[in-house]
Design a protein around this ligand. Structure first.
Ligand SMILES: O=C(O)CCC(=O)C(=O)O
Ligand SMILES: [Fe+2]
Length: 199
């Protein structure tokens, strides 16, 4: 054992405003149950304007359809997701009920997610990672290139995107060799509320 005292701030990654993350939001048992519950769902290849992506998804609460850019009410969040939503909302410091939408994704080997910003119908984005580690990359265009940033997403960790990290930067996850599952809770933005029927 070293007697050297590490100052943790030497090792903390530099901050990206609007990005917060922490490890060990949930237990190994909870992670296993969530991965099994996702696998039991009717996951479909992500569709984008006629293209089929490699990652498999389904959503609850609200559904943004990338094929036709429609936004509509979906199946309510199932009971087994609610404890995780409570934990994710508590991490974000927001009321759980604001997270009306959940996206469940499985990335099989070779699947990733390309550069994007989340749809403007949504506001806060809180994501839980399961199964295997990934790195979420961020980029922001500047004259002559990009500013870049990366945050590790270990299994059972959670991140919250808001403000600058959510609106000012794009994010992506490179395809990996090992499978990963994620559960992303989102609140509706003013725009989403304005579009949402009977809300
Ligand atoms: O898998 C993740 O944690 C991130 C997914 C993502 O960026 C998205 O679905 O918009
Ligand atoms: Fe995203």
């Amino acid at each position: 054992m070293s007697s050297f005292v590490f100052r943790s701030d030497l090792f903390d990654p530099p901050a990206l405003p609007g990005l917060r993350a922490r490890d060990a939001l949930i237990s190994l048992d909870a992670e296993r149950d969530l991965m099994a519950a996702i696998d039991a769902l009717d996951l479909q290849p992500f569709r984008f304007q006629g293209w089929l992506g490699k990652r498999l998804t389904t959503s609850f609460g609200w559904r943004y359809d990338f094929d036709d850019a429609s936004f509509s009410r979906g199946t309510p969040l199932p009971g087994w997701l609610l404890p995780l939503r409570d934990q994710a909302a508590a991490f974000a410091g927001l009321p759980a009920g604001e997270f009306e939408h959940a996206l469940l994704t499985r990335y099989d080997p070779g699947a990733g997610i390309g550069w994007h910003r989340d749809r403007p119908v949504f506001e806060h984005v809180v994501g839980v990672s399961l199964g295997n580690p990934a790195t979420m990359r961020f980029r922001r265009r500047r004259p002559g290139g990009f500013d870049r940033f990366a945050v590790p997403l270990p299994p059972r960790s959670v991140y919250h995107l808001s403000g600058e990290a959510r609106y000012g930067w794009e994010h992506s996850i490179a395809p990996m060799d090992l499978p990963r599952w994620s559960i992303t809770f989102r609140s509706l933005s003013e725009k989403g509320r304005a579009l949402s029927p009977a809300s």
